[in-house]
Every structure is written in structure tokens, then in C-alpha cells.
Design a protein around this ligand. Structure first.
Ligand code: ADP
Ligand code: MG
Length: 616
């Protein structure tokens, strides 16, 4: 056997496997280059999901002839002038994207530096042609044909063309979310699939991408800790999705798919969302360059933080804070459905169509794009202001209440009127189908799902108790011995005190083992202690904190709450119903049950009148 050095082309093809996993990854690299070149307009054209053709055209500063030749070499970059990996301010820095793409495709680059001559070059399967003069007017255009033709193994693993086009669109969308002053155009098989003109502020771009539903069902995030800033929007728990694909995460303007941040989002919502459902968020983390390492993976979508605990703390507490505020909010998504369902079926043609059933209402969002980012009037996205004329509104609870108009009902007793005036959820009028409380509020009509509501109340009470009296622990008669590897043991021991506070007492037990002395009483008989400690060890290793235990305890509390709450089917008298409404008003997160379903919806009187054709 003899060791030999691989030829350059083969090295690049191997590298391409990591850098350019699929057409969307090539588009990402090329568009990042265009952004780094200061482009203000970027046009992407793809055919067959980018497999047969992808073209990225920009109007940034182009390249001179020498640079054009060098650009195709591996590890050749203009972006690390000081060789400083701790201060990466461009999207690119590894100098391997063009070399990788060129190694596995047929590529042509045409470019012109401002005020200089234009040049072009081709490469096929990594073999560079000669650089030649070009009439290309300004900026750079890179055409990539037959991606992966030179690596048939990779070609076999391509997903469907539709999946690839979607991925390309997703890549562009994410980049567009942070570069609002650049216009993005995507044409896929001759059809425009994305058209985002440059806009003046990021709010306008965000609203045109994320859409109205998210705008109306999200809360603004704005938090800071030791120079690290977190901004963005977090969806209400009622706006959930089956994948985490709608979590848009950015670190210093770079779109990332970071495990730590995704984990934070999951942890923050764990209380208010069913398992396997994912909230929608758009989070922008700005952190000093030296606090974060982006050089983790060739695709540059993962990062490492110097102080992961702090970043985690900042994100989770900011999200939880917002959720707490938003907990008193029901969602417009849900109410839209309600109102739609209430439309008289016979009238759908005439009267139904004249009914402005468009969703809207600035009310559900404490602060919307419009207020915080200066407006949502770009592109096809209608102005948020127009939603003031919406068909329904879902009121956040603690709005300053106006004095009620005198009621027309003669039999209204004064006390009841006062309760309508002073309580956002109003006065209970009836219980129907043994589960729904109908209440009259100052603004209209409230329908409460008594089981969902009560479940949330019981759960919050449990949590409060746990917080107040601490977590009750139960000592084990014979300690449970768990064998783990030494790194895991070391990691867990660093959290010994914190874990003990949560009821889990651990001690080292010779080499390669831990002894568990006590466990949280709530978990006795419900959790496999061995598995729990192992998971905790993994979690601690991975995310540098022992929050997993608290989450798990909350899960158990939530299950217990579900069993311990008023079942649907129980009759309640007026007093009981009103008591439930009053408790809801005082309980955090009461707008959703533990599984993220809404606990109540509100229809305004105005909407009800509209339903009956009573208002103009
Ligand atoms: P990196 O972006 O990490 O530097 P690439 O292989 O993506 O590596 O690009 C290599 C170099 O080619 C860049 O550093 C840049 O100088 C030049 N380049 C690539 N694309 C463009 C472009 N669209 N406009 C101007 N220069 C470009
Ligand atoms: Mg690059």
C-alpha cells in the first residue's frame, strides 16, 4: 500500500460534498457572495430545482481578471484580510464555495469591476478554462449547469425538483430577512416565485415575508444582556406548525440552524405547546464578533457561543417573558375560524361575500410590525393599518376598560353590569353542551372552553406551589447506581447543587458511576430514573445547563393538571362559572391550555352585528 496525495480536482469534489450538499446550498453560497460584494439587487434563476441550471446575477463590485482566476481556487478569499477568524464580518470567509461548485458542475462566471474591463471564465468538472474579455456590463453573473454531473453518487441522492425549488426559495427568504436593502428575485422554471423589492426598514421586509397571520399572532421580542441583543417576533402558542422550518434564526445577520437556539425555543414554549408541535419565531441575535464562532461547519449554518449559558438564559427568559405577556391573549387564527363557522350557510353567496371576513385587528398584538418597525406597506403585503376595519377582534385582557354604555336590558342587575365593566371576560350567562361557558363582556361575547381553561389554572397553581415551597424530594432507600462515562459525571457534578434544588441528589460513586440519593417526589413511579439521569447528562453536555429537569417536572405537572381539572361534561352554576372567569383573568398564560389550544375566544358586538347585517 502506498499513500498518495489526491489531485486537486478530487480534493475539491470531496469538499463539495460538505459545502454544496444540494442546489439550494450552491444558491446560498452564490447569493452570500453577491451580498458580500455589496450588491443592491440579486436575481436568481433556476431550472428543474437548480439541478440543470442555476444562475445568480448581482450588481455588486465585480472582479478583475487576476481575482477571477484566483476566485476558483480552493481556500482563496478576499474576506479575511487580517487572517482573523475571531472577527468575521462577511458571510463568506472559507474561500471554498466557488472551487467546490466548479468541481462538480459546468460553470461560467462573467464579471466587471466598476470602471474596469469585463472578464469571463469557464470551468468544467473543476478544470479551469482561460480567462477572456467579456462584454458583461456590471457586477457578476455566475451560471451553474448540471450540478453534480461530476459526482454521480451525489446526483442520485437529490430530492424531487419541487423540494429543491422550495429549498432554494427558503434559502433566499432567510437571507432576505436580514438584508432588507437588497432586492431579491427568484425565477423558477420561468415563473416568478419570489419578488422582494429593496425596502427602507427591516419591519417592511419582515412583514412581506412572514405575512399577516404571523404579524397578528406574534409578540415582539427586545431583550439585552451584557452586550448581547435579541430582537424579533415570537408567535403565540396557538400559531403552531408541524416542523421547526418556520423558526427563522439569525446570528449577526447570518441565517443559522442552530441546535442551541432551537433548543431554547423548544424549552421556552414547552409549557404552552403540545409535543411535536413547533412555534413560529423570527429571532435576531446580535452578539460581539469575538463571542461567537461561525467556523464550525463548511455550510456556516452552525455556531458556537463562548458563553452558551448566557445566550441560552437570554433567549429563554425573553421568550418566556413575551409568552407571559401574550398569555392573556387569544389568537386571531382561532377566532377567524370561529367567525367563519358562524356564517349562516344559506347566505354564503350574497351576504357572505359582502362580509369583510378578512382577518385583522391590531388588538391581539401588543406591538405589531407596524408600531415597532415602522409599517407593513411594502410589496403585496397590505398595510397593517387597514386591518383596523377588521371583522373581528380578539381583545387582550388587561386593556384599560371604558365605562360601559347603559345596558338596554331592564333586568340587568347593577352588580352584573359592574362585573361586565370591570372584568375583561365579562359575566357568565350560560353553559352549553356541558363544556362551554358563554359570557357577556363589555365588548361582545366570550366563549370559554371550561376544561381547557381549568387545566391551565390547575397547572399554573401546581407550578406556583412548586416554586413557593420548593420541589418536594423523596429519598431512596437504596441509592440508585448509574454508570456513566467520566465526562458525563464531571458535567453533572458541576450542576450538583442546582439539581439538588430540584430534588435530584447525586454523588460520585467510585469510578464511572453516580449514586442517586433522592429524586423529585413528583417523579416517583412516573419516570425511569436511570433514563432521566442519562438524558440529563446528555443535555448538560450539549447545552451547558440542567434545565431539562425543570422541563420534565413541568411536563409531569401538566399531565397531572390535565387529570386534575374539570372535565368537560360537568354542569356548573353561575357562581362557579364566574369564579372560573375571574381566575382566568388572574392567571398567567390563561389564553391557552397546556397543549397550546385556546381557552377562550371573543366575538365583538360589532362583529355579531355584522353577522346579522345590522351595520354598514
Ligand atoms: P468566500 O466567499 O468564502 O471568500 P468563495 O469561494 O465563495 O469564498 O469566493 C471566493 C472569492 O471570490 C471571494 O472572496 C470574492 O473575492 C470573490 N467573489 C465570489 N463571488 C463574487 C461576486 N458575486 N462578486 C464579487 N466577488 C466575488
Ligand atoms: Mg462565498
Amino acid at each position: 500500500m502506498r499513500i498518495r496525495h489526491l489531485p486537486e480536482t478530487l480534493i475539491n469534489q470531496i469538499a463539495a460534498g460538505e459545502v454544496i450538499e444540494r442546489p439550494a446550498a450552491a444558491v446560498k453560497e452564490l447569493v452570500e457572495n453577491a451580498i458580500d460584494a455589496g450588491a443592491s439587487s440579486i436575481e436568481v434563476t433556476i431550472r428543474d430545482g437548480g439541478k440543470s441550471l442555476l444562475v445568480v446575477k448581482d450588481d455588486g463590485h465585480g472582479m478583475g481578471a487576476d481575482d477571477l482566476v484566483a476566485a476558483l481556487d480552493r481556500h482563496a478569499t478576499s474576506k479575511l484580510p487580517d487572517n482573523d477568524l475571531l472577527n468575521i464580518q462577511n458571510l463568506g470567509f472559507r474561500g471554498e464555495a466557488l472551487a467546490s461548485i466548479a468541481a462538480v458542475s459546468r460553470m461560467k462566471i462573467s464579471t466587471r469591476d466598476a470602471g474596469a474591463d469585463g472578464w469571463e471564465i469557464t470551468a468544467e468538472g473543476g478544470k479551469k478554462g482561460e480567462v477572456a474579455p467579456s462584454a458583461y456590463p456590471k457586477g457578476t453573473q455566475i451560471e451553474v449547469r448540471d450540478l453534480f454531473y461530476a459526482t454521480p453518487a451525489r446526483l442520485k441522492f437529490m430530492k424531487s425538483e419541487r423540494a429543491e425549488s422550495m429549498a432554494v426559495k427558503d434559502v433566499l427568504t432567510r437571507l432576505a430577512m436580514t438584508f432588507h436593502n437588497v432586492s431579491f428575485l427568484l425565477e423558477s422554471d420561468g415563473k416568478k416565485s419570489l419578488n422582494l423589492p429593496a425596502v427602507l426598514d427591516s419591519g417592511m421586509r419582515l412583514s412581506s415575508i412572514l405575512g399577516r397571520e404571523f404579524g397578528e399572532n406574534s409578540m415582539e421580542i427586545d431583550a439585552e444582556r451584557e452586550g448581547i441583543i435579541l430582537r424579533g417576533f415570537a408567535g403565540l402558542p396557538t400559531l403552531h406548525r408541524g416542523t421547526s422550518q418556520y423558526q427563522y434564526l439569525f446570528v449577526n445577520g447570518r441565517p443559522v440552524r442552530d441546535k442551541l437556539i432551537h433548543g431554547c425555543v423548544r424549552a421556552a414554549y414547552s409549557d404552552v405547546l403540545a409535543k411535536h408541535r413547533h412555534p413560529m419565531v423570527a429571532l435576531f441575535l446580535d452578539i460581539p464578533y469575538e463571542e461567537v464562532d461561525v467556523n464550525v461547519h463548511p455550510a456556516k449554518t452552525e455556531v458556537r457561543f463562548r458563553d452558551p449559558g448566557m445566550v441560552r438564559g437570554l433567549i429563554i427568559s425573553a421568550l418566556k417573558h413575551a409568552l407571559h405577556q401574550g398569555g392573556f391573549q387569544s389568537s386571531s387564527t382561532v377566532a377567524a375560524g370561529v367567525l367563519g363557522a358562524m356564517r349562516p350557510a344559506a347566505n354564503i353567496g350574497g351576504f357572505g361575500s359582502s362580509l369583510p371576513l378578512s382577518r385583522g385587528g391590531s388588538a391581539p398584538v401588543p406591538r405589531s410590525y407596524a408600531s415597532s418597525y415602522g409599517g407593513g406597506s411594502s410589496g403585496s403585503y397590505g398595510s397593517l393599518a387597514e386591518s383596523a376595519s377588521s371583522a373581528y377582534q380578539v381583545q387582550p385582557f388587561f386593556q384599560p376598560q371604558m365605562v360601559a354604555e347603559p345596558s338596554a336590558r331592564a333586568e340587568d342587575i347593577i352588580e352584573e353590569k359592574q362585573s361586565i365593566v370591570s372584568h375583561p371576560l365579562g359575566a357568565a350567562r350560560a353553559q352549553i353542551h356541558e363544556n362551554y361557558i358563554i359570557a357577556q363582556s363589555e365588548q361582545g361575547l366570550v366563549i370559554v372552553d371550561q376544561h381547557a381553561a381549568h387545566e391551565r389554572l390547575v397547572y399554573e397553581r401546581f407550578k406556583a406551589q412548586v416554586k413557593e415551597k420548593g420541589i418536594e424530594k423523596q429519598g431512596l432507600l437504596t441509592p440508585e447506581i448509574i454508570s456513566l462515562d467520566d465526562t458525563q459525571i464531571q458535567c453533572l457534578m458541576e450542576y450538583q447543587a442546582q439539581l439538588a434544588d430540584l430534588g435530584l441528589e447525586i454523588e460520585p460513586f467510585g469510578a464511572g458511576a453516580l449514586a442517586v440519593q433522592s429524586v423529585p417526589a413528583l417523579l416517583v413511579g412516573k419516570a425511569d430514573i436511570q433514563a432521566l439521569v442519562r438524558d440529563l447528562a446528555d443535555e448538560v453536555l450539549e447545552r451547558d445547563s440542567a434545565d431539562g429537569l425543570e422541563e420534565r417536572i413541568n411536563e409531569i405537572l401538566s399531565t397531572m393538571a390535565c387529570h386534575g381539572s374539570v372535565r368537560s361534561g360537568r354542569r356548573m352554576n353561575a357562581e362557579e362559572m364566574n369564579a372560573l372567569l375571574r381566575q382566568m383573568e388572574q392567571t398567567p398564560y390563561s389564553g391557552q391550555c397546556n397543549h397550546g389550544r385556546p381557552t377562550y375566544v371573543e366575538l365583538s358586538l360589532k362583529d355579531i352585528e355584522r353577522l346579522f347585517g345590522r351595520s354598514g
